[in-house]
Design a protein around this ligand. Structure first.
Ligand SMILES: [Zn+2]
Length: 472
C-alpha cells in the first residue's frame, strides 16, 4: 500500500517529468527550426554562389570566344589582302565591329541562363534596369541632330540594334547583374563622393581610411560648397557594349607592319592557315586599314596581382600578367528565415568574377601574354574564376542599384543645394548628413592627431574598416 506522502511525491515527479519533456520538445522543436533555417541558409548560400560562379564563367567564356574570333578574323583579313580580295576585307572588318557588341551581349544572355539553371530567380529590379539601359540607348545615344547621332555610331543603326539586344536579354529574365558594367553616361570617377569607401568610412568612423585615402580632407573641408565639381562622363566613340565590353577597337595599321608583327606567323601556323604569296600589291605598298587591336588605356599589366599584400596563393605566371576583359556577376537571392521572420526576405548577394586566359607562342618557343602584340590574335584558350578584388568591378558594383541611384540622382542635388534636400531612405545620404556635422569631422582630426601611427600597421585586412570583398 502506498502512503499519501509517496503518492504526492510521485505526482510531483510525474509533473516534473512532463515539464522536462515539454521543455525538451520545445528545445528540439526550436533546434529543428533553427537547423532547418541554417540548412536553408547554407543551401541558399551555396545556390547563390553556384549561380554567381556559373554566370561569371559563362560571361567570361563568351568574352574569350569573341577575343578568339576577333583574332582569327584579323588573320583572315591578312589572307584576304594577300589574295587581293577587297570585298572580303570589307566584310571581315564589318563583322569584327559588330562582333565587338554581339559577342559580349551573347555572354550576358548566357550568364542569365547559367544563373537560372543554378536556381537563381530572375530579379525584377535587374530586368527593369536592363530595360532602362535599352531605352536610354534608343532615346539618348541614337538621338540624332542634323544627321549625326548624339553618340558616334560604330556602324549605321548600331544604337537601335544595341537597344534591341538589351531588350531581348530583359525578355529572357535577368538573374545575374553585370557588376563591372560601364555605362556610357557614368561619370569617369576620380571623386571622393563617387567612392563607396568614403561612405563606409564615415558610417564606420574609420578615421584611418581618411589618413590613407584622403589625407587633409577632414581638416580642409568646410561644407558641401567645398567639393570640386562632379566629373563628366568620358567622351570617346565607344566600341564596346556597356556590359562585358572587351575594350578593343578598330585602328588603322599598315598591312606590312601587321605581317611582320611578333606572334603573327606562330598564330597562323597554330590555326593551320598559310599566308599565300601576295597576288596584288606587295604589303609594303598597301595603305593602312582597320584592324582590331587592344585599347591600351584598358589593357595593361594585372597590377593588383603583383601587389605583395594582395592575399592570393601561388604565383602569377608571366604570360598571364595582363588585364583588360573580365566578367563580374552579381546574383541576389531573397531568403526567408523561419526563426526571425520579421527580418523579412534579406537578399543573399554573391558577386563572382572570371576572366579569359591565354598566351601567344613566342618564336623561341616560350609563352607571351596576348597583349605582347597590339593586334588581337587567337590566344584565349580558357576561362577561370578570379578574386573579385582582382577584377575590373568598381567597389560599388554597377548593378548595386541603390548606389547607382545615389550617384545619379542624389549627388547632383547634394553638391548644388546641400544635405537638407537628401532623401532619408538612402544609406549613403545618411552618411553625407553625418559628414556635414563639423563636430563629427573634428573628432576624426583629434583621433588622428594622436593615433595616426596605428593606421600604418596593417593596410589590408584587420583594423577598423579594413574589410574587403574577396569572393574567392
Ligand atoms: Zn543617396
Amino acid at each position: 500500500m502506498v502512503g499519501g506522502k509517496e503518492r504526492r511525491a510521485a505526482r510531483r515527479n510525474a509533473g516534473q517529468v512532463i515539464l522536462v519533456v515539454l521543455l525538451a520538445v520545445l528545445v528540439l522543436l526550436f533546434a529543428a527550426l533553427w537547423l532547418a533555417d541554417v540548412h536553408h541558409l547554407v543551401m541558399a548560400r551555396d545556390r547563390t554562389q553556384n549561380a554567381g560562379d556559373a554566370a561569371a564563367l559563362a560571361g567570361a567564356r563568351w568574352q574569350a570566344e569573341t577575343l578568339e574570333l576577333e583574332g582569327e578574323l584579323n588573320l583572315f583579313h591578312l589572307l584576304a589582302l594577300a589574295a587581293d580580295d577587297a570585298a572580303a576585307v570589307d566584310a571581315i572588318t564589318s563583322a569584327q565591329v559588330r562582333a565587338l557588341f554581339a559577342g559580349p551581349l551573347a555572354g550576358v544572355a548566357a550568364a542569365q541562363q547559367a544563373a537560372m539553371r543554378n536556381g537563381a530567380p530572375s530579379n525584377p529590379d535587374f530586368v527593369a534596369f536592363v530595360r532602362d539601359a535599352a531605352s536610354r540607348a534608343r532615346r539618348e545615344y541614337a538621338a540624332s541632330a542634323g544627321g549625326t547621332t548624339a553618340l558616334p555610331e560604330p556602324w549605321p543603326g548600331a544604337w537601335d540594334e544595341y537597344a534591341d539586344m538589351l531588350d531581348a536579354i530583359a525578355d529572357g529574365g535577368v538573374a545575374a547583374g553585370v557588376d563591372n558594367a560601364a555605362f556610357y553616361g557614368d561619370p569617369a570617377g576620380g571623386h571622393v563622393l563617387l567612392d563607396p569607401a568614403f561612405y563606409a568610412a564615415v558610417l564606420g568612423r574609420d578615421w584611418c581610411w581618411f589618413h590613407r585615402a584622403a589625407p587633409g580632407l577632414l581638416e580642409d573641408y568646410s561644407d558641401f560648397r567645398w567639393w570640386p565639381a562632379l566629373p563628366d562622363p568620358p567622351e570617346a566613340a565607344p566600341f564596346s557594349p556597356e556590359l562585358l565590353g572587351l575594350h578593343l577597337l578598330p585602328a588603322p595599321i599598315a598591312p606590312a607592319r601587321v605581317a611582320r608583327m611578333d606572334g603573327v606567323d606562330e598564330a597562323l601556323e597554330e590555326a593551320a592557315l598559310r599566308l599565300p604569296a601576295w597576288t596584288g600589291d606587295a604589303p609594303d605598298g598597301l595603305p593602312a586599314q582597320a584592324w582590331i587591336r587592344y585599347d591600351l588605356s584598358r589593357w595593361g599589366g594585372w597590377e593588383v596581382m603583383r601587389d605583395p599584400s594582395f592575399p592570393v596563393v601561388g604565383d602569377l605566371r608571366p604570360e598571364y600578367d595582363y588585364a583588360g576583359a573580365d566578367a563580374a556577376m552579381r546574383v541576389e537571392n531573397p531568403v526567408d528565415r523561419l526563426t526571425s521572420p520579421e527580418s523579412g526576405a534579406t537578399p543573399m548577394v554573391w558577386t563572382a568574377a572570371a576572366k579569359p586566359f591565354g598566351y601567344l607562342r613566342a618564336e623561341t618557343g616560350g609563352r607571351l601574354p596576348p597583349t605582347a602584340t597590339p593586334l588581337v590574335l587567337p590566344a584565349f584558350r580558357e576561362v577561370r574564376l578570379i578574386p573579385l578584388d582582382a577584377s575590373s568591378a568598381p567597389a560599388g558594383g554597377a548593378f548595386d542599384l541603390a548606389w547607382r541611384r545615389h550617384c545619379a540622382e542624389h549627388l547632383p542635388l547634394y553638391v548644388a543645394r546641400g544635405p537638407s534636400v537628401l532623401p532619408g531612405s538612402c544609406r549613403h545620404c545618411a552618411a553625407l548628413a553625418r559628414w556635414e556635422i563639423p563636430a563629427f569631422r573634428e573628432r576624426g582630426v583629434r583621433w588622428l592627431s594622436t593615433n595616426a601611427w596605428k593606421c600604418t600597421i596593417s593596410p589590408h585586412g584587420g583594423g577598423p574598416g579594413g574589410g574587403s570583398r574577396h569572393a574567392h
